[in-house]
Design a protein around this ligand. Structure first.
Ligand code: IPE
Ligand code: IPE
Ligand code: MG
Length: 250
């Protein structure tokens, strides 16, 4: 019974998850998540893969709110990779049309929050209605001062890094060290903590440059089931890590 009450009070997770205790130690400035396992989550429940994608998208809102409350500055979520075009066309169609279709239902919540939304990734292949939604979201949330939610949609590191070098060279900028490339990347800050859900132990072409000194956290939980409790567990683990950057700590 108590468990049930706690679960239903998810919105007030701070009370149960010790948000203040987490905040006493270093909170990652930039959290990146590989949202994996939507399909497996759905399969386990006898549902179509698309149901997993829908639930996964809803979960982004939940976790973004928790990150905002925690004072995380950037949350970068991997929602569609440059490789995901290889999937069956009905699945790709669903992923490409769902945001535009579902947005009107959630508009008030999104615009009423303090979360700033930014698209990161390739813009040359996405359909015009998706690009319009992105432009609108970026414009309408631009004065929000909380978490910046970066949605990696048609994102791949190889493409990101390649276009960054190309842009730098066109502008006559010589890249001499890792930091010089950041202004030309889509994701312009290094990652502190990278979480991948659903048990796979790989990066799948995500934030290769930015994750150079990131701490990694892998969990078997499928993305739609990843909740505030798991988030706080990942952050607690991060807070115990010793980040040496090649040097020696006292
Ligand atoms: C992640 O879930 C979402 C996308 C890649 C679009 P998956 O669709 O990869 O789910 P699994 O890995 O097949 O379970
Ligand atoms: C990575 O997940 C891409 C996203 C989460 C958007 P995948 O499910 O596509 O990765 P692989 O194919 O297992 O490496
Ligand atoms: Mg997957």
């Amino acid at each position: 019974m108590i468990q049930q009450i706690r679960y239903n009070k998810n919105l007030e997770w701070g009370i149960y998850m010790n948000i203040n205790r987490l905040k006493q130690k270093q909170i990652p400035q930039h959290l990146a998540i590989i949202l994996d396992g939507n399909g497996r989550w759905a399969k386990k429940r006898g549902l179509p893969r698309t149901a997993g994608h829908y639930q996964g998208a809803m979960n982004v809102a939940k976790i973004a709110n928790a990150c905002d409350q925690l004072g995380i500055k950037y949350l970068t979520v991997y929602a569609f990779s440059t490789e995901n075009w290889k999937r069956p066309s009905d699945e790709v169609d669903y992923l490409m049309t769902m945001p535009v279709k579902e947005y009107p239902k959630y508009k008030d919540k999104v615009l009423g929050s303090n979360i700033k939304i930014k698209h990161v990734g390739r813009k040359t292949v996405l359909a015009s209605d998706v690009l319009e939604l992105i432009n609108m979201l970026e414009k309408e949330t631009n004065d929000h001062t909380g978490l910046t939610l970066q949605i990696a949609f048609d994102y791949g590191s190889f493409e990101e890094i390649t276009q960054a070098f190309e842009k730098a060279s066109q502008m006559g900028v010589k890249i001499q060290n890792g930091n010089d490339l950041y202004p030309f990347l889509y994701v312009t800050t290094p990652v502190d903590l990278l979480i991948r859900t659903s048990g796979e132990l790989r990066l799948s072409n995500y934030l290769l440059w930015q994750a150079s000194y990131a701490e990694f956290y892998f969990t078997k939980v499928h993305w739609p089931s990843f909740n505030e409790r798991q988030l706080s567990k990942a952050i607690k683990t991060y807070q115990k890590r010793d980040r040496r950057y090649g040097g020696l700590n006292k």
